[in-house]
Design a protein around this ligand. Sequence first.
Ligand SMILES: *Cc1c(COP(=O)(O)O)cnc(C)c1O
Length: 439
Amino acid sequence: MQTSTRNRLLLTRSLAAVWHPCTQMKQHEQLPLIPVARAAGCWLYDFDGRRYFDAVSSWWVNLFGHGNAHINAALRDQLDTLEHAMLAGFTHEPVVELSERLSALTGGKLGHCFYGSDGASATEIALKMSFHYWRNTGRPAKTNFVSLAGSYHGETLGALSITDVALFKDTYAPLLRASTQVQSPDWRLAEAGESPADYARRAAQALQRHLEQHHATTAALIVEPLVQGATGMAMYDAAYLREARALCDRHQVHLIADEIMTGFGRTGTFFAHEQAGIVPDFLCLSKGITGGYLPLSVVMTRDDIYQAFYDDSVTRGFLHSHSYTGNALACRAAVATLEIFEQNQILTKNRQTAAALTCAAEGIARHPRVSHFRNSGMIWAFEVDGSDASFARDFHQRALDKELLLRPIGNTVYFMPPYVINDEEIALLTARTLALIDA
Ligand SMILES: *Cc1c(COP(=O)(O)O)cnc(C)c1O
């Protein structure tokens, strides 16, 4: 198909004026940007009607498809009422309703919601809150943070300090604060004959050794519950979270659950930590929170932590703000997203969708070049063996030729589709991916 003038013009203007994220811009001399003219359901379209199946939910944010009718209607209504008002000293219906609903989803255990604008800001908020809690309660030496090997918590300086993905971190290392990474419970690291749960418990021993020595100076452990996304969809047994919860309790260290990606049903339960039967001290949410519509994040915490800030002194209060904290449009989109979960039994439906996709992907799982095929809720991942350094880029490019938006991480290919993926789309995604691996 010929590329139209409209497509070409947009690409030229974008390359001149827009500095794209996570991109070596020079590579676009060879690989064209994809113009998105519009989107509907799981599909992105360019100006010529070429289409791409959004198998990564537009960087893990979309839940119910592009142009979702329910979210659209809620936003239209909100636009005519209130688009935004500052949240310091003021409040509004969408932010209150969202906070009440989120709290209810934790059984009221995490009843206080502090808002940010993106995932990294939620990480920063949780780190600052944890530290400030210990300071307010007479433990100012607790200033350090522990994360898992291979963890990803965002790329602003504080969040990057506890992230452990070399590509994002190494260049900026001189700007970062020291933190500790402990062994990851990623089950691919288990020894032959060792179950994922056994390996998770063994990995927890490394955390135990660290906390026994350093608890007096450690504020918090931060984890991505069940799935470490950006390192390559490393999955692990819930036993690790139970061990980590017990160790954090024993050593008076906070447990921060970074569910920025795993929240909102991605791993099968509404929150991933539910599968371990634990409650974190801080819960970070973003990405799917607005159904993929608008930037919004939140950190939720317990009442006794909140109470440690409640005082006559201003500086015992939490000192943090963003201009768009609690944006009314974003909160309304989030409320609409939660309504969809409730009204359509999404978690139950997702179990059927997941079973169908896993079944359709059998040929991929059994392919001789594929290893570690794995699934958690609405996430699937596998490694393609014998691939070289340019695999991710080549695969991405060849996938686009087959109308698929896939962005492998190293030699890890993953599917993280919108929850509205239908049977036909499941067949298309799995058959075309299998053909790509064959080629
Ligand atoms: C995406 C992500 C973040 C960062 O969120 P941004 O909105 O990109 O800043 C943090 N933690 C996890 C687990 C993520 O997947």
